[in-house]
Every structure is written in structure tokens, then in C-alpha cells.
Design a protein around this ligand. Structure first.
Ligand code: MD3
Ligand code: FE
Length: 216
């Protein structure tokens, strides 16, 4: 069915419906990119980007930090949400108003009213960095959606199915794109292909992804 005729999730001609409850809001973050980037710079000062280790002993190629009440962390003992930055021992920086506002506005457009994330994981990809196919299942409540904001260099997002081997689709994401995933699509496998070399006028040689979740 042509997207424009499948009334519903898409509310702008540029929106792309990926699933029953997954939609790409093209350029949705552009209007507030200045505030998002300024607030991100403060977060990275207080809680610097670092490369975490997986339980399997690998170093993740994307550098990460967090803001909000809880942050996603990985080390030799496993993946979890933690209220404090393990590097500094301090609470994660608070979620800036600009972050909370775009997350709840995007969720509302995708029919998830009153999304109040308590965690924002910030992934920073230099060229060559990637995210292997995985599910997000470290959260307590799978009924809350996840909102993802892409900034900087473009990337190809891989959106799979409910099993690792299910067929996947590739979705190009660029600066300002916002994706909302929830409901029946909440546990689909997904990943990010290696980011290509490039330079973004505002962000430099990085792709940044803000991933908003209700962790607790
Ligand atoms: C699809 N990060 O940190 S969230 C992650 O581009 C992660 O850095 C992506 O996947 C990135 O775990 C953006 C994309 C995402 C999140 C949850 C999903 C896609 C999803 C849940 C179901 C299906
Ligand atoms: Fe994920």
C-alpha cells in the first residue's frame, strides 16, 4: 500500500512508516538542533564520552555517555542501567529540557502520549564505528516507546524482525531525523552499519545518536 494512503502513523509527507508502531520523522530535530547541540556539549563536559566494554570482553566502537536519572552501562559483568557514572562516581547529568521536549513531542506524534524518558544514552560514532544487531531489552517496561535522534554524519540503520535471522530493511538516517519505536516493534532487532568518512558542518566527523528510554 502506498505510504500516503496508509492513513495513520505518518502525519507529514516526509514521515516513513517502518512498522505498526515505528516511524521516521524526517528532520524533526532540525528546528531545535542549536539547543540540542549546546546541551550535548555540557553533558559531554560533565560526563565525557568513553568506550565501554562488553561482557564478552570487546570494546564498543561507539563512544557513549548518558544523561537523565539512569544511564546505560556495560562492563565485564553485564549490561544495566545505573544512576551514577561509573567513571566519576557522580550522578549522570540531568536531562536537559531541550532533550526531554523533543523526546516527548516525537513520541506524541507517533501516538505515544505522555512519554517521559528517565534515561538518555548518547552514542558517538566516528567513521568506522558501528552497532551490531541487537535487541533493547534492559528496560523494565517494554510498553514505553524508544525515541532516537540522529545528529551529524549520516548512517544506515538496519531494522530487523523479532528474531536475529529475520529479514531486515535498511533505513538511511541523517542529521535531524527522529525515529520512534514502540508497541509491536519494540523488541525488533536493529543495528547501525559502519559510519562512512565525512564531515558535518555542525557536528564534525561524528554521528551522534540520542536514545531516549524509560529504563525503570
Ligand atoms: C528498533 N542505538 O543504543 S536507537 C542503542 O543509532 C541503539 O545509536 C541506535 O540501538 C543508534 O541500543 C539508535 C534505535 C532503536 C532503539 C530501539 C529499538 C531501534 C529500535 C527497538 C526496537 C526496534
Ligand atoms: Fe538498540
Amino acid at each position: 500500500m502506498p505510504r500516503q494512503l496508509s492513513l495513520g502513523l505518518a502525519s507529514s509527507l516526509s514521515d516513513i512508516v517502518l512498522g505498526e508502531a515505528a516511524v521516521v520523522l524526517r528532520g524533526f530535530a532540525r528546528a531545535t538542533e542549536d539547543a540540542l547541540l549546546a546541551d550535548l556539549a555540557h553533558i559531554a563536559q560533565a560526563a565525557p564520552f568513553r568506550h565501554m566494554t562488553t561482557p564478552g570482553g570487546f570494546t564498543m566502537s561507539a563512544a557513549m555517555t548518558n544523561c537523565g536519572g539512569f544511564g546505560w552501562v556495560s562492563d565485564a559483568t553485564g549490561y544495566r542501567y545505573a544512576a551514577r557514572d561509573p567513571v566519576s562516581g557522580l550522578p549522570w547529568p540531568p536531562m536537559p529540557t531541550s532533550f526531554a521536549a523533543i523526546a516527548s513531542a516525537a513520541a506524541a506524534r507517533a501516538r505515544f502520549p505522555s512519554f517521559e524518558p528517565d534515561a538518555c544514552l548518547v552514542n558517538r560514532y566516528a567513521p568506522g564505528a558501528r552497532l551490531a544487531l541487537h535487541q533493547d531489552r534492559d528496560e523494565r517496561d517494554f510498553t514505553a516507546p524508544i525515541v532516537s535522534v540522529s545528529l551529524g554524519l549520516p548512517a544506515t540503520f538496519v531494522f530487523g524482525g523479532g528474531t536475529r535471522s529475520a529479514k531486515s530493511v535498511r533505513v538511511p538516517l541523517e542529521h535531524g531525523d527522529v525515529v520512534v519505536w514502540g508497541g509491536a516493534d519494540r523488541l525488533r532487532y536493529h543495528g547501525v552499519l559502519p559510519v562512512l568518512q565525512g564531515e558535518h558542518s555542525r557536528v564534525g566527523a561524528y554521528r551522534i545518536n540520542l536514545t531516549f528510554r524509560k529504563a525503570m
